[in-house]
Ligand binder design. Structure first.
Ligand code: ZN
Length: 246
């Protein structure tokens, strides 16, 4: 089975369209989305529609929850709050209803776990080997048959492995073959707001047959998204960071 794993779209339609086009050429069987479909950028309706109509298998992220009123907006920074209030007003009821029905996490084909932030809490960030170690311990206790978990939320590509009882972070490179030993925790990076220091959209192709991971990077029309941010009167800092990849 070939899967595309995408995360953190954040209502950036240009990025999502570019990634969708790239995924089509990759001939995948299923597309999994790790949450944060909306929040930050100016196309929450079109992005939710594309995910729904293209049969992305999605979970909710913290920005989706905040736009729906499921979690408190006070936990976000002021720029995110401004964008979330705008999103909550802009998002049509039919898309709110669709987003609200999405699960918080998913076990996909008994193959891997899909979570937004971490296996133990969708709002927690895994930024380090310490966080990964906590995740491995949680997986071991709560999902003993699962050796692979995809997560998002940090907007940074990452691959952690528990092999040889040490946790190792692998940040660079594009292709990996997962061994049959140990647990793996993998972040595809973000479609809509890269924080890898490289402008563009990131996602993963996972081939479960050979346990192969490919980190893909897709350029898109960042200028157009930046102009839309200004036209929507969203905070300009959200536009600027796209061109920096942070
Ligand atoms: Zn996010």
């Amino acid at each position: 089975m070939r899967y595309a794993i995408v995360s953190d779209i954040h209502a950036n339609l240009e990025a999502l369209r570019a990634v969708s086009k790239d995924i089509k050429a990759q001939r995948v069987d299923k597309i999994i989305c790790l949450g944060d479909i909306v929040g930050y950028y100016p196309d929450p309706n079109n992005c939710t529609k594309l995910c729904r109509n293209s049969r992305f298998i999605c979970i909710r992220g913290n920005h989706d929850d905040a736009a729906l009123g499921i979690c408190d907006i006070d936990d976000f920074n002021p720029i995110a709050q401004t964008a979330l209030l705008w999103t909550a007003k802009e998002l049509k009821q039919e898309y709110k209803d669709w987003l609200r029905e999405l699960p918080e996490h998913l076990l996909v084909d008994d193959q891997f776990l899909a979570v937004h932030g971490s296996p133990w809490d969708p709002y927690a960030y895994i930024f380090s080997s310490g966080g990964a170690l906590q995740a491995f311990s949680y997986l071991h206790n709560h999902h003993p048959s699962i050796t692979l978990c995809f997560f998002g939320h940090t907007h940074q590509r990452a691959l952690y492995t528990s092999e040889e009882s040490a946790v190792e972070e692998i940040a660079e490179g594009t292709h990996y073959t997962l061994s049959n030993q140990g647990l793996f925790l993998i972040n595809p990076g973000s479609v809509g707001q890269s924080r890898d220091g490289r402008p563009g959209a990131s996602y993963i192709i996972y081939n479960s047959k050979g346990k192969e991971i490919e980190f893909r990077h897709v350029p898109y029309n960042i200028d157009l998204t930046m102009r839309k941010v200004a036209a929507a009167k969203l905070p300009l800092m959200l536009a600027e960071r796209l061109s920096l990849g942070y």
